[in-house]
Every structure is written in structure tokens, then in C-alpha cells.
Design a protein around this ligand. Structure first.
Ligand SMILES: [Mn+2]
Length: 316
């Protein structure tokens, strides 16, 4: 067994109370890996108390696929495991997580080096955090349930863009296949029809965003939403930026930037690129992620304009 996985197993065994955290503005990969790990620990260690912390997701939680988040007061010593994130400031419930007696991080993102954890297992080439968790849990050869497999498959398919992005490897597909086989479920009926559905309101938002994109002749394109735009659309900055996925497959666009104004008048951004790495630019402005998909939590209007010029230069 992989030494890191073996060590994580030892730590899980050691603690009676385990708190699992995820990144802020959670997505299916963060939620899927979190609930899969909780369910798996409950399945294999009857006496442990496991808590999943973080804000509820407006879509996945309300559809019942993902349970409501737990609350934890942090009074007893506990093991903290954060998933799909590797910096404290991006962790939902960081105040609680910080109190952990021992902190483990399992992630697949590129961010700046940090020493915030006692132990970090970061696999940059994994298409999803769920891919790492699936490999890890299968390697333990303990009990698996259909629900654990469904959570992991949901996160794996979501973060890989339904196995479309270049992060999809033979290993990704082999893990997906194993999850289906062991979990005995049909992804179309039991996952995509629940969590992959769009609503007419989603469509209206996409339509509006399409109508306002600015396209540079060399292939850089963006949309930018002011607070007033977001208020009239009744969406949050992150919900508007999530629509970036719709702009990925447009032939003329090489790099796409989604920027939406937050309450403090800075901008939350998402970046997608077909094949030019944008992670260095994102890191320069306080963000990070993957080579072709990045996020920046907060950037001033002034820096946003500078960043646009740098992104235009990348496309030339
Ligand atoms: Mn992820």
C-alpha cells in the first residue's frame, strides 16, 4: 500500500473524533470526497464520531444528494482532515479546523507552498480529490458501500468535466469503472439526473452572460458582473462564475475569465484555458488551482485590469 495512504489510515484509527473539512464555495468534488470519507469511516469503525463541516451547497444539498453539514464545537481533541483544498484561508470552517490536534490535507490543487498541516498528501495529477480518496479507500480493502461509491463517482465525473478535461487519465477511467462495479449503480439515473440537471433559471443566466462577453481578437474573452448586475439576476458572484463551464468549448476562445464583484467591491474570478497554462498568472494575483482551471477569491479592480492584459499576452 502507498505509504501516505497507510499513514492516513493509522491516524484515522487513532482518533475517536474526526472532523472533515472542504473548500469554501464547495463543489461536487469537495462534497463527494468529504461525505464518501465520512460514510466509509462510519462503515468500518462503529465507534468514531465523524463531522463534515462547511456551509450547505445551494443545489446539491437541497436536492438531497448531499446531506446537511454537521456542526462541531471543537471541545474534544480531534483529527482534522481537509479535502480538495490545501490552504487554511480557503477552508470552510477554518476556525474549527485550526483547533485540530493533528491536521491532514488531501488535495489535487497547485497553490503556493505552505506548512499549515502536520501531514499533506497532494497529488497534482489526479483529476479530482475523489480520485485520490477512491484509490486510498480501495487500497485499504475494507468494507465499501454503494453510497460511498456514488459520492466518489459524482465528484470524479464533475471535476473531470464528465471525463472531458485533459486531467482524465486511464487511471481516472479505471477508478470510475471500479466505482460503478462495486457500487452497482447507473450514473445516468442515480447521479447525473439528480445533480447534473439545469433549470430554466440557469439557462436565463447563461443566456445573459453570453450576451455580455467581450472577445479579444487573439482569443482572450471575459465577462464581468457588477454587484448591481448580480442583484438584479438574484445570483451570487460564485454562482455566476460557475457558468464559465459553458464557455470552455467555444472554438475562438483560448482563455476565458469570469469576474464578478463581491460585497467588498473586489472581484471573485474563475479562469479556464484550452491549452495555455494560466496557473502562474492566477498565483501572481493570489489565486491558484490547476494549469487550465483556476480561481481567485479576491482581486481589486485595478489588478483585475492588469491581469486581463497579462492574459491577453498569453494568447498572442
Ligand atoms: Mn477538486
Amino acid at each position: 500500500m502507498n505509504k501516505e495512504y497507510k499513514f492516513i489510515y493509522k491516524k484515522i484509527k487513532e482518533y475517536d473524533t474526526i472532523v472533515i473539512a472542504r473548500h469554501k464555495n464547495s463543489d461536487m468534488d469537495a462534497l463527494g470526497s468529504q461525505y464518501a470519507l465520512k460514510e466509509w469511516i462510519n462503515l468500518n469503525f462503529e465507534d468514531k464520531k465523524v463531522y463534515c463541516i462547511g456551509e450547505n451547497h445551494q443545489k446539491y444539498t437541497t436536492k438531497g444528494f448531499i446531506p446537511l453539514s454537521d456542526t462541531f464545537d471543537g471541545d474534544t481533541p480531534f483529527l482534522g482532515i481537509c479535502l480538495d483544498v490545501n490552504t487554511n484561508d480557503r477552508t470552510a470552517g477554518e476556525e474549527v479546523f485550526k483547533k485540530a490536534s493533528y491536521k491532514i490535507c488531501i488535495d489535487h490543487h497547485h497553490y503556493k507552498e505552505n506548512n499549515e498541516y502536520d501531514f499533506a498528501c497532494v497529488e497534482n495529477t489526479a483529476s479530482a480529490c475523489c480520485e485520490i480518496i477512491a484509490k486510498m479507500l480501495f487500497s485499504y480493502k475494507k468494507k465499501m458501500s454503494s453510497q460511498v461509491c456514488k459520492y466518489l463517482y459524482a465528484g470524479l465525473s464533475s471535476d473531470s468535466g464528465n471525463f472531458y478535461y485533459p486531467s482524465t487519465t486511464p487511471e481516472t477511467l479505471s477508478i470510475a469503472s471500479k466505482l460503478m462495479e462495486v457500487g452497482k449503480f447507473n450514473p445516468y439515473n442515480e447521479i447525473h439526473m439528480i445533480v447534473g440537471m439545469k433549470t430554466l433559471k440557469d439557462l436565463k443566466l447563461t443566456n445573459y452572460l453570453f450576451s455580455k462577453i467581450v472577445v479579444d481578437p487573439d482569443g482572450f474573452a471575459y465577462f464581468e458582473n457588477s454587484l448591481a448586475d448580480l442583484t438584479s439576476l438574484e445570483v451570487t458572484a460564485s454562482a455566476a462564475n460557475e457558468k464559465i463551464a459553458e464557455f470552455n468549448k467555444v472554438e475562438e476562445i483560448k482563455i476565458f475569465l469570469a469576474a464578478s464583484e463581491c460585497e467588498d467591491h473586489t472581484f471573485r474570478c474563475s479562469l479556464r484555458s484550452k491549452d495555455i497554462s494560466v496557473v502562474e498568472v492566477a498565483q501572481k494575483y493570489g489565486g491558484g488551482g490547476h494549469n487550465l482551471a483556476c480561481g481567485i477569491k479576491s482581486i481589486s479592480k485595478e489588478n483585475l485590469e492588469k491581469m486581463k492584459l497579462e492574459l491577453i499576452n498569453l494568447t498572442k
